[in-house]
Design a binder for this molecule. Structure first.
Ligand code: GLN
Length: 198
């Protein structure tokens, strides 16, 4: 089974480890460079991107992760993890910094200006079956994508209709929502396959 780490600096690490394991990965938390060396892919969980950014420096994980991304390691970022994969962040803190990532502009806490948390159906290209019952918690949305980025998911209805909430650029995958909280393993299974293929 592909070995997939979950960046365990802050956020909902356990939920991602459980979802990855259920989707067929050998999943483990990762907080040291030596632990990163041992994985084939990485998940950056939901949480607080400003904190993850700070802790990435303190734990000396920034450079090793940038390097692995440059070498093609698959990474999936959910919510705060999506923010950590963006090349540009709106409404971020001036000192927060992401990893060498997806060429896109995300707006932090974007939906939260109307409401903190909400749920909406999202269809993801390449993931068959019913639309996702997507859970958003102070989530970002994507306001701009570069030419290399594939938009794979948008909100399908309600006040946030058409907002971009799932993207892929090569081996990098990001969603605004939290599939690890709903027991729907399809995004994690999609990522496990991506890691297997890489
Ligand atoms: N608002 C958080 C941030 O800016 C993300 C929220 C989440 O991950 N659930 O990082």
């Amino acid at each position: 089974a592909p070995v997939i780490g979950v960046l365990a600096l802050q956020g909902d690490v356990r939920e991602h480890v459980a979802a990855l394991a259920a989707a067929g990965a050998d999943a483990r938390p990762v907080r040291r460079p030596s632990e990163l060396d041992a994985v084939d892919g990485l998940v950056i969980p939901g949480g607080e991107s400003t904190t993850i950014s700070k802790l990435a420096d303190i734990f000396e994980m920034r450079e090793p992760i940038d390097k692995r991304i440059a070498d093609g390691m698959p990474v999936y970022g959910s919510c705060a993890g999506m923010i950590m994969l963006a090349t540009e962040v709106l409404d971020g803190r001036p000192d927060q910094r992401g990893f060498a990532g997806i060429e896109m502009t995300v707006r932090r806490n974007a939906f939260g200006r109307q409401v903190d948390s909400f749920e909406a159906p999202v269809e993801i290209a390449g993931v068959p079956g019913e639309p996702f019952h997507a859970v958003f918690i102070r989530a970002p949305w994507v306001e701009r994508v570069g030419a290399a980025v594939q938009v794979i998911g948008k909100v399908t209805g309600g006040p946030a209709a058409e907002r971009i909430v799932a993207v892929r650029q090569g081996n990098l995958l990001a969603t605004s929502f939290h599939p690890e909280l709903t027991g729907d393993l399809r995004v994690h299974a999609y990522f496990v396959e991506l890691v297997r293929a890489a």
